[in-house]
Ligand binder design. Structure first.
Ligand SMILES: [Fe+2]
Length: 391
């Protein structure tokens, strides 16, 4: 018998090249008439918002644009987004961007219908009321934020990254149009793609995995491992871009329902202490953490190896599981993910900070979902091992 689980995802998901042109129709289906577009100024400058405006105009939907989004969403930007929504008398939010625009939009949506300070909703299932209608379109293939039930907002006063998790944060409509990703530079394609692969692998080996999340996680691993090289090598390869974007979306659905594990738990402190982008801080840890963890569930890691294209025929699970690490190392090498040293991480500073980073990793709760349980000393050792490994 399977244990009881709840599986959630957006009720409407648009995929395929050019699907963003349907935004006007989707706004009307939500019963809305005036949209606040939350995006960043660079996307506006690149013309990425033009097609959205055209689609809205065709359906006589009015809009206002809020494009003051930083690289890291903060409480102040959420407040500014709420102000823009109210001043423009909007009844729906459309987020276009990477994780920052979407995370800001999610927070704005719930803070329009929930009283008090956003910090009161930090943690899981604290949000009391559903937010205003929310549509999210991704412009990178990484975070999966367009389909997930979480947002991360930085409290700059207390220097805390607040994770808020609630089913009310799942957008009503998610849009994954690969045309939005063709201009991504190679390094961003590699880093965001590895973030998505981490989501998929972690979701699959997580102690909270379920039969439903497994379907999305395994499919995501296949799509990402089979197409990330091609998307990286030629950004105009629309078929590869489409498959990587679908992989990132499926990985988002998977981890939103089964949680990430030790890799993400350890990567957030790297980001906080060394300002390494999120995708890279995951990528430099992934193979080391998989090597450490596979003994706890070799069957699952053997399936990861197979999904990544390794030939595991006739091998005992433990040997097949090791091929998952091999597959990750090969991919990382092929798409030129830099080492921790090349990411600017200093050995002495890492040694000094590792105990506090391990505390932060454990406090995040993510390591608790890892198949192999891990102590603080083991996390410290894993940071040091990942540093000396060529990823
Ligand atoms: Fe991530």
């Amino acid at each position: 018998m399977f244990p009881q689980k709840i599986f959630r995802l957006p009720p409407t998901i648009l995929t395929g090249a050019g699907c963003i042109a349907k935004i006007g129709e989707e706004v009307l289906k939500l019963g809305s008439k005036r949209v606040l577009i939350i995006t960043d100024a660079i996307l506006v400058k690149l013309g990425a918002v033009d097609g959205v405006k055209e689609s809205l105009q065709k359906k006589q939907v009015e809009y206002a644009v809020f494009d003051d989004i930083p690289t890291e969403p903060t409480i102040d930007y959420v407040k500014a987004g709420i102000k823009a929504y109210r001043e423009n008398d909007c009844d729906c939010i459309f987020a276009l961007g990477g994780g920052s625009a979407i995370d800001t939009a999610k927070a704005v949506s719930i803070m329009l219908t929930n009283d008090g300070d956003i910090s009161a909703y930090m943690g899981l299932d604290k949000v009391k009321n559903k937010g205003v209608p929310l549509i999210c379109a991704a412009t990178t293939s990484g975070t999966g934020s367009e389909v997930t039930s979480v947002t991360i907002i930085t409290d700059t006063t207390n220097d805390v990254k607040m994770l808020i998790g609630s089913s009310y944060l799942i957008p009503q409509v998610a849009i994954a149009d690969p045309l939005m990703t063709v201009s991504m530079p190679k390094a961003l394609t590699a880093a965001t793609g590895m973030d998505a692969l981490c989501h998929a692998i972690e979701a699959y080996v997580s102690l909270k995995a379920s039969p439903m999340s497994d379907i999305f996680a395994l499919s995501a691993i296949k799509l990402l491992a089979g197409n990330l090289r091609q998307a990286w090598a030629n950004g105009n390869n629309l078929e590869a871009r489409d498959k990587v974007m679908m992989g990132a979306l499926k990985a988002g659905v998977a981890f939103s329902n089964s949680s990430v594990t030790l890799v993400h738990g350890m990567s957030r402190p790297i980001g906080a202490n060394f300002h390494v982008p999120h995708g890279l801080s995951n990528a430099v840890l992934l193979s080391t953490v998989m090597e450490f963890s596979l003994i706890a569930n070799p069957t699952r890691f053997a399936c990861v190896a197979k999904a990544m294209g390794e030939n595991i025929h006739g091998l005992p699970d433990v040997e097949a599981a090791k091929l998952s690490v091999h597959a990750v190392k090969n991919l990382i090498s092929d798409i030129q993910i830099p080492s921790m040293q090349d990411c600017g991480i200093d050995a002495a500073k890492l040694n000094e900070k590792a105990p506090l980073m391990a505390d932060a990793a454990i406090a995040s709760g993510s390591p608790g979902n890892n198949p192999r349980q891990v102590s603080k000393d083991e996390i410290i050792a894993l940071y040091k091992k990942a540093f000396t490994c060529i990823p």
